[in-house]
Design a protein around this ligand. Structure first.
Ligand code: PLP
Length: 430
């Protein structure tokens, strides 16, 4: 997959080019901090999934995990590629419904969906991933009121260990997401016996930024075991399974994620073998990748405002953003790869700590980063910021959230405009 966008080039003047645009020109036109998304990389990442699935398991749907990065323009690009989207809140659902996404390809997650959110989902025939028994009661209330059927999948906790950060593991028994896998039959029975509910299948997600394919293979076997159990206990075929997302990407040289094609091939061969063993028809397979669709497509560009050298201690580069536009280092000790867009051909000369401008000592994006001679006015770029950066950005310290632009074939356009100071006070009541 690589760390950098596929369209990246360096021109004869040592300027970094993404999507046929000089990064320094993008910065002049759109300001900093700036999220830049390379459409070629997004499309390639989609195609990696789609092609591997068409070879190994054509009866499938790739559903982009919107929590990684969600805006109408990006969803339109993904819809054109043939992807669906999963959403986790009323706001994400609203955004998806504003896009070209077919509502039948929208999937609604969440451990505490409100009645209003469920109503929007049922109204629009969006698949609901049922998280718990109380939610089933809430869905029934909604279907009764609207006189409309709800389309449901049940999320189970697979209890499969995924080797990743504690905060992004989701499949273990004490996870807040999903039902105990031993309660599956009980819940499925309740759904099947209600003619206002369509039982579509089962869902599971083991975590995020996972490099090992083995737990996904275990998940594939478990899902089919559960499909077989439902068939034997309730006498029904399970039309769909959703194995979640979670394949990791490369942020730094030492990261070694599997190729998407290997991941898909191995997962699908487990699924097919298990179905053959159990004498089952292949269900529709859904996958929910987020990070591996947009992560490496994104870079963030900042202007360097100050270089502070503390003799014999460390060098700081101060950038005009930080923890509010990229909270991952402070939340998950996430690591990144850095460069200077206007000195992309220059050798590194020193190591630097990359410090944001937020009023927190912990607002450091990285330490010990080798860069060419960094100076005031240089454009620092951080690679791999397409996923869980804008979507996790905040207005901490009353900063304006940056703009996001998409680049392709020498053209750039906004996906999201930069917030203004006026936006910051718009909801204030005097
Ligand atoms: C239910 C669900 N599906 C899919 C994803 C996407 O994971 P990733 O971005 O690692 O592919 C997540 C993220 O944690 C998730 O919670």
């Amino acid at each position: 997959m690589g760390i950098k966008p596929v369209s990246e080039k360096i021109d004869l003047d040592g300027q970094l080019i993404i999507g046929g645009k000089k990064v320094t020109d993008l910065v002049d036109e759109f300001g900093t901090p700036l999220y830049i998304l390379d459409q070629d990389t997004v499309e390639k990442n989609c195609q990696d999934y789609l092609q591997a699935l068409s070879k190994n398991y054509p009866k499938s749907l790739v559903v982009f995990a919107g929590k990684a990065c969600l805006n109408v323009g990006l969803l339109n690009i993904l819809a054109d590629q043939g992807l669906g989207v999963d959403v986790v809140s009323g706001g994400e659902l609203f955004t998806a419904l504003r896009s070209k996404m077919n509502p039948l390809n929208i999937i609604f997650h969440g451990n505490n969906k409100s009645i209003e959110e469920l109503e929007i989902a049922v109204e629009n025939n969006v698949r609901i991933i049922l998280d718990n028994e109380q939610e089933l009661e809430n869905v029934k209330q909604v279907t009764a009121r609207l006189g409309k059927k709800a389309r449901l999948m049940i999320r189970i906790k697979p209890e499969i260990e995924a080797h990743t950060h504690e905060y992004i593991k989701t499949g273990q028994i004490d996870s807040k997401f999903g039902i105990d896998k031993n309660d599956l039959i009980k819940i499925a029975k309740l759904i099947v016996s209600d003619d206002k509910l369509d039982f579509l299948g089962i869902h599971s997600h083991i975590g995020s930024q996972i490099f090992d394919v083995n737990p996904f293979e275990d998940l594939a076997s478990l899902m089919i075991e559960k499909v077989a159990l439902i068939k034997s206990e309730l006498g029904i075929d399970v039309p769909e399974i959703n194995c979640g997302g979670g394949i990791g990407i490369q942020y730094v040289e030492s990261d070694d994620p599997p190729a998407v094609s290997d991941f898909v091939t191995r997962l699908c061969s487990k699924l097919k073998a298990a179905c053959e063993r159990e004498n089952l028809e292949l269900p529709l397979l859904m996958l929910e990748p987020g990070r591996s669709i947009v992560g490496t497509a994104g870079i963030t560009a900042y202007k360097i405002g100050t270089v502070k050298r503390i003799e014999n201690v460390k060098n700081y580069v101060f950038i005009d953003g930080g923890m509010a536009d990229n909270p991952r280092p402070i939340m998950y000790q996430a690591e990144y790869t850095f460069g200077l867009a206007n000195k992309a051909d220059k050798p590194t000369t020193d190591t630097f700590s990359i410090a944001g401008k937020f009023c927190e000592s912990g607002d450091i994006l990285a330490n010990g980063i080798s860069l060419p001679d960094a100076e005031v006015g240089d454009v620092l770029v951080v690679y791999g910021t397409g996923a869980y950066n804008y979507s996790m950005a905040s207005n901490y310290n009353r900063f304006c959230r940056p703009a996001m632009v998409v680049v392709k074939d020498g053209a750039a356009r906004y996906l999201v405009k930069r917030e203004t100071f006026q936006d910051l006070v718009n909801l204030d009541v005097v």
